[in-house]
Design a protein around this ligand. Structure first.
Ligand code: MLT
Length: 315
């Protein structure tokens, strides 16, 4: 099959695919170049950082399958896809563990001031007595969006003796009972905000979650709370967050995703010492990317004999 790689994926996977298929590399291409290279491709493999627009899809009359090498669907024109009845397969599971682990790392970095300690020590400063931190144990982990990643993070938090409170878009008594089996308490969005010591945003970006965390929501947080955005930049209003941090309305924040992502984009939070910034590396573990790659090979090799192919999948 002729496969267009619109985003970087695991290198070993590319080599295996290349030995069996015709691979067109379009990673880091501008939109117009992408439209040129996709013309006779049958499969499109992509991640975040590239826009799968109606225009791109229109430039690909041979396209039979789209593979999202990960989770988010915020960069795809889903209506257009549905109109074309093009199947889209997501591979969300392998990245979830990696994102949840990074969230934990960021919580620890914030609560123990690990980056500040490192910076000071490199300058020869032994700030041991200024660098007191907080335990995660016995604190409340608030999870906005207890889906794939959020519920995993919640279970990790519970194992670390955190009190876990989370919300979902469609709560039900049955879901509450199931969450409780893992020590996760299903509560309202407002209660998550009001009670969290560590607030972790894990919802996908869509119309209902766009700017979900703005001035009003930040004002509900405890001034001692830390906020982590592991989802998408558009969900947290970074200017409102920056104002809240500058007014000490919040203890700190960690962002793996940003309103503006890519080379040479500086976050409005970059000058704040109580903020940790990472460049959307949540799913970037060798293990997760290799497993995603293994599944891409399986999907492509078995196509069109494929179970669970939906024109537009639910999330
Ligand atoms: C995802 O949605 O799977 C993640 O953001 C990882 C990515 O696509 O880079």
């Amino acid at each position: 099959m002729k496969i267009l790689l619109a985003s970087p994926i695991d290198q070993q996977t590319i080599e295996v695919l290349r030995s069996r298929h015709d691979i067109i590399d379009a990673t880091n291409c501008e939109d117009r170049e992408l439209e040129r290279r996709i013309v006779d491709c049958e499969v499109l493999v992509f991640r975040s950082g590239v826009s799968i627009t109606g225009r791109l899809l229109a430039a690909a009359p041979e396209l039979k399958l789209l593979i999202r090498a990960g989770s988010g669907l915020d960069n795809i024109d889903l209506e257009n896809l549905q109109r074309r009845q093009l199947p889209l397969l997501r591979i969300p599971e392998p990245g979830a563990q990696a994102v949840a682990e990074l969230a934990f790392g960021l919580m620890l970095a914030l609560s123990r001031q690990i980056l500040v300690a490192d910076r000071l020590l490199r300058q020869g400063r032994w700030a041991k007595h200024q660098l007191t931190g907080f335990l995660l144990a016995q604190k409340t982990l608030g999870v906005v969006g207890m889906g794939n990643i959020g519920s995993l993070l919640g279970r990790m938090g519970a194992a670390w003796k955190m009190q876990v409170k989370g919300c979902v878009e469609h709560p039900s008594a049955e879901r509450a009972v199931n969450f409780l089996k893992d020590g996760l308490h299903l509560v309202s969005f407002e209660e998550v905000l009001l009670s969290a010591d560590y607030l972790c945003i894990c919802v996908p970006l869509k119309t209902s979650t766009n700017s979900l965390i703005g001035e009003r929501e930040l004002a509900l947080l405890k001034p001692t709370a830390f906020l982590l955005n592991m989802a998408r930049g558009g969900i947290v209003d970074e200017i409102a967050l920056s104002n809240a941090l500058r007014r000490n309305r919040l203890a700190g924040a960690a962002l793996d995703v940003h309103q503006k992502e890519g080379e040479n984009r500086i976050s409005p939070l970059a000058d704040l010492p109580n903020v940790v910034l990472t460049p959307h590396i949540g799913a970037m573990t060798v293990d997760s990317q290799r497993e995603i790659g293994r599944r891409i090979i399986e999907i492509v090799d078995n196509f069109p004999v494929q179970q669970n192919i939906h024109a537009v999948p639910g999330q």
